[in-house]
Design a protein around this ligand. Structure first.
Ligand SMILES: C[S@@+](CC[C@H](N)C(=O)[O-])C[C@H]1O[C@@H](n2cnc3c(N)ncnc32)[C@H](O)[C@@H]1O
Length: 736
């Protein structure tokens, strides 16, 4: 055992170093609830990777099904069927059971005590197990209390990992939950709402950490590829249904809620069919009855409809849900894990929220606008939310990808802190204490971001608030891996293109202008430049060398044919913001596919290469204009500095360098050192010319700080365009 500090408290860590540690999971598993099954699947995969020798067992509601599915030893939480407090049993049967029942229950305690012999760790893995909404027995608080208490008596460690809590309404339920949790060696909750719920029943949960749902840790290998239909087919909406969970959802549930829910979804489905969408019905539990209910309401509402356009494949396993959701374009789901699975598969999603866990999850992903309360179904609002989601789908997908990455990293972190790192993780330099620090920093930043985004723009402009933003940005940069992105879109920074037009506009009639575009991604930047310059000066001979390190993007760039899949490839809507005239001027359209016009393709040489390569000057030669946008920021500062110096060598004396998307300290240092002349024209406009990067400051490493004229170096710092190799003295020489 070793001790690690968690949220200010030392907790003893369970060790997996023992030869074959015995690990027992407990929960509502083997039951057909796909959310629960995916949780067990995820934690088993993670722990098997960390400790393949472990002897895993599962105490659950349906041992036979769980054994068949996971191939581990399983046993029932309780082997008793009827209890004195089960109101379904007739009173005549319940009275004599008082005595018999007591004996039988003692037998259950004895059975559990024997089963736990030699157990090292008892784990309650995720799920919304901490509730009394489904009764105290079964997988409710009483039996969990029993197993936890006995595990402690057997000197086993007890861990509640990313569990969901609430509602807990009965007095006995509250006592049992408080007592059980206080016996645990470690507790974490899957959202702040769960932690608050426990605080609300008098358990001080606020010192325990919050980590995302364990299903975010499902290994990538389990996730199917995208099976959404091709572009020429109808788009498919995954429509997730659920029987109304009554007390689990509301303190005073009303039967009318379920009827209103089905009616609203049926109206919505009718609208979808009318809009030429197909529908896939999604479930998450063994509850096909809800499909029948839904179909009857739909039939009643619509009369005749094409039943083939509402697909309802049987869903009985995690794989089924994954496969069904992979075959959709967009999801409107009710079950929590349908929503979560949609996020994992990067599908834009609306959540019909019935419990605080749903709204918490959506808010973690910055998708609160796409929550729809099951108790206030409103078809018009749902249609409005859906239309907005479709319109913003590229941005939403980007946010989801980012949110899922962060959730995955946090889940991995928790496993690392609790059980040690996997081989994957141990190859990186971070120690467990660094991992913990990292987690704390990320959670701190996440909270601060939410507050920041609520601040009015004027408040963000205040000096101390800016300084705080700068400090937060530095913290973000220190704590995240700078992953390479391909993101790009047409006419991305219009003021920069305008300045290019003005610079090139000074050339003589018929002149040859040499331009290098480095890090060109799928080529839309190159065509944007050519469109801007050739529209203005068709007489010039523009010779463009375009280079990127990735062969895949270069081959797309060369073809110059852009379908909506190109947006998916770079995770940004590439046609965003184009006017109708621009769309017509730049492309020949075949359906949704835009083909770059022949006059814009001329004169470009495409190549795969590294902008840091010192032999670049030999292969490309000197240029009048070098464009190096939005890729240096991916590099650690020393590499970015070297690369920037390397690219600057390409610029003809007196030529221009355009460089955005770079660490401002790096750019300023190099510019000052090499004596570049910052161009004041359109400086502020270019700085704000890519709203995406501006709005992401300070919470993303690529975020761009606001222009601040109070800085002494502001003229250089906020210039993205420089004249290179003129007579200006480099700073070092000038100061000598
Ligand atoms: C975010 S995209 C930017 C695309 C485009 N310049 C823009 O601003 O819209 C970054 C591109 O830089 C490329 N890249 C990254 N490092 C590079 C390097 N060392 N040499 C050349 N290209 C690189 C990536 O492959 C990617 O296509």
């Amino acid at each position: 055992m070793s001790d690690r500090r968690l949220n200010g408290e030392f907790v003893e860590q369970p060790s997996l170093r023992k030869k074959c540690p015995k690990i027992t999971f407990i929960g509502h598993f083997g039951s057909g609830n796909v959310g629960n099954e995916s949780t067990l699947l995820a934690i088993l995969a993670q722990l098997r990777a960390r400790s393949p020798e472990s002897d895993f067992r599962c105490v659950c509601t349906n041992p036979a099904a769980a054994f068949a599915r996971y191939g581990i030893k399983t046993l029932a939480i309780t082997s008793r069927v009827t209890r004195i407090w089960d109101r379904d049993a007739p009173l005549a049967r319940r009275l004599p059971m008082a005595l018999v029942g007591l004996g039988a229950e003692l037998g259950q305690w004895g059975r559990a005590f024997i089963e736990l012999e030699g157990n090292d760790i008892l784990i309650v893995p995720g799920t919304g197990l901490v509730t009394d909404a489904f009764g105290l027995s079964g997988w409710g608080p009483y039996n969990v209390f029993k197993w936890v208490l006995l595990a402690k008596l057997r000197r086993s460690k007890v861990l509640f990992i990313s569990v969901g809590a609430g509602p807990i309404d009965s007095a006995l339920g509250r006592i049992l939950v408080r007592t059980t949790l206080s016996l645990a060696d470690y507790r974490s909750y899957r959202d702040a709402a769960s932690s608050n719920c426990l605080t609300g029943i008098g358990f001080s949960a606020n010192r325990d950490p919050v980590y995302p749902d364990l299903v975010f840790g499902l290994p990538e290998a389990f996730l199917p590829g995208d099976r959404a239909p091709l572009e020429d087919k109808r788009r498919v909406v995954g429509l997730g249904l659920m029987t109304y969970p009554g007390k689990y959802s509301a303190a005073r549930p009303r039967p009318a809620t379920y009827a209103a829910y089905l009616e609203s979804l049926a109206d919505f489905a009718a609208w979808l069919l009318g809009q030429n969408y197909d529908i896939r019905l999604l479930l998450g539990d063994a509850e096909p009855i809800v499909i029948d209910d839904f179909r009857s309401v739909l039939q009643y509402r619509l009369g005749r409809y094409d039943q083939d356009r509402i697909i309802a494949e049987p869903i009985t396993s995690v794989e089924d849900v994954l496969a069904e959701i992979a075959a959709t374009d967009v999801v409107v789901a009710t079950r929590f894990h349908n929503v979560l699975t949609a996020l994992l598969l990067n599908k834009p999603v609306i959540a019909i929220t019935f419990h605080h866990k749903c709204s918490s999850l959506m808010s973690q992903m910055n998708l609160s606008d796409y929550c729809h309360d099951i108790h206030r179904m409103d078809t018009h609002l749902l249609i409005h939310q859906f239309s907005k989601l479709e319109e913003d789908r590229q941005t939403v997908k980007r946010n989801i990808a980012r949110g899922v990455d962060e959730a995955r990293a946090a889940v991995d972190n928790q496993y690392d802190v609790l059980f040690g790192r996997t081989d994957r993780a141990s190859t990186s330099a971070a120690s467990p204490s660094q991992a913990l620090r990292h987690r704390l920093v990320m959670s701190f930043l996440g909270r601060n971001e939410r507050i920041w985004r609520r601040l009015p723009p004027r408040a963000r402009d205040l000096r101390p608030v800016r300084a705080y933003g700068a400090w937060s940005h530095a913290l973000v940069c220190q704590n995240v891996n700078r992953e390479m992105y391909l993101g790009t879109h047409f006419l991305r920074n219009r003021p920069a293109l305008e300045l290019m037009r003005r610079i090139v506009g000074t050339k003589e009639q018929g002149a040859r202008v040499k331009i290098a575009v480095l890090g060109c991604s799928i080529g839309v930047e190159v065509y944007s430049i050519l469109w801007t310059l050739r529209s203005d000066r068709p007489d010039l001979e523009l010779a463009v060398q375009a280079l990127d390190i990735s062969p895949e993007v270069v081959s797309v760039a060369k073809r110059g044919i852009y379908s909506p899949e190109a947006s998916d490839m770079v995770n940004l809507p590439i046609f965003v913001g184009l006017t109708e005239a621009e769309r017509r001027g730049m492309f020949d359209w075949v359906g949704e596919e835009g083909r770059i016009k022949a006059w814009l393709r001329e004169g470009v040489t495409w190549q795969v290469g590294d902008a840091s390569d010192p032999s670049l000057i030999e292969s490309l030669g000197r240029q009048d204009l070098v464009v190096a946008n939005n890729f240096l920021c991916h590099m650690p500062p020393p590499s970015a500095q070297l690369c920037l110096c390397n690219m600057a060598q390409l610029v003809n004396p007196g030529g221009h360098l355009f460089v955005t998307g770079v660490d401002l300290d790096v750019r300023t240092q190099v510019a000052v050192k090499l004596g570049w002349e910052p161009i004041p024209e359109l400086r502020a406009e270019i700085h704000d010319g890519d709203p995406l990067v501006r709005s992401d400051w300070p919470w993303r490493w690529w975020g761009l700080e606001p222009l601040d004229q109070r800085r002494p170096d502001w003229e250089t710092r906020y210039s993205a365009v420089f004249r290179v190799g003129t007579d200006r003295q480099p700073a070092e020489q000038a100061s000598r």
